[in-house]
Design a protein around this ligand. Structure first.
Ligand code: 8X3
Length: 258
């Protein structure tokens, strides 16, 4: 509308966890401006189906907790898709909402393996090439859970706090490389997130989103898109987003009945 602010166009975008709700929204948003997509997921059929929607995209099928498979997959990228401009570290999950003394330790390990180890090792694999090319952008999908504690958030929130600090420390290391790092921190977004967290209990998941207006995956995609298409001299360090219906709870106080 007469306002031709310069936009950056990431040529090649790698999205981890691309077959989930966020991932699909990111793929759609960046394909709309002609970015070439590298789409990662665990399930070959889902990755293939997603790639069909985006001609010229490449699918990578591996479990993000398998570091050897991850390394081979990244090394297998053809020259046409090798120089990743934008890495969206999106693969992640919450499992359970139990108190720390009742939570399943296996769930804790899975969250640490995916949300912390998967994200850091993927970053390490991709950032080296970015540093040598002196260009690139890493967008990490954090969470408000990394900023505000809540009961039952224990390891999920801690993992997302790790992602936030890792993002900021990456920026510190990347001074002089021209590489951008952004931690995007959504609050409540209506996706399969809660169904996964509650291990398929759709009724319990539906209650999280009942009678309110949550963010959508498209809302988050628009935010990531904004940060990633700003001119290359601008770095959004952190971007915390909530639906207007969500804000802050007070601190909790224990009271005796006497
Ligand atoms: C999602 C936000 O509040 O469900 O990361 O943990 S919350």
């Amino acid at each position: 509308m007469g306002h031709d602010y310069p936009r950056h166009k990431p040529a090649i975008v790698l999205i981890t966890g691309a077959t989930g709700d966020f991932g699909k929204a990111f793929a759609q948003r960046f394909s709309a401006i002609g970015s070439k997509l590298v789409l990662h997921g665990r399930d070959k059929a889902k990755v293939d189906a997603l790639c069909q929607l985006y001609p010229g995209s490449i699918g990578l099928v591996f479990d993000i907790t398998d570091k050897n498979a991850m390394k081979s997959a990244i090394e297998s990228l053809p020259a046409s898709h090798k120089n990743i401009d934008l890495l969206i570290n999106n693969a992640g999950l919450a499992l359970g909402l139990d108190k720390a003394y009742e939570a399943n330790p296996d769930d804790w390990e899975t969250m640490i393996d995916v949300d912390v180890k998967g994200l850091t090792l993927m970053t390490r694999l991709v950032v080296e090439g970015m540093a040598s090319r002196k260009s690139g952008h890493i967008v990490n999908i954090g969470s408000t859970a990394g900023n505000y504690p809540y009961a039952g958030g224990n390891v999920y929130g801690a993992a997302k706090a790790f992602v936030k600090q890792f993002s900021l420390n990456l920026r510190a290391d990347l001074t002089g490389t021209n590489i951008r790092v952004t931690n995007v921190e959504p609050g409540q977004v209506e996706t399969q997130f809660s169904t996964v967290r509650f291990k398929g209990d759709k009724d319990r998941a539906a209650k999280v989103y009942a009678n309110t207006k949550s963010l959508t995956a498209d809302d988050v995609a628009e935010s990531v898109f904004w940060a990633a298409t700003l001119p290359a001299h601008m770095n959004i360090n952190r971007l915390e987003i909530m639906p207007t219906t969500q804000s802050f709870a007070g601190l909790s106080v224990e009271r005796s009945n006497g």
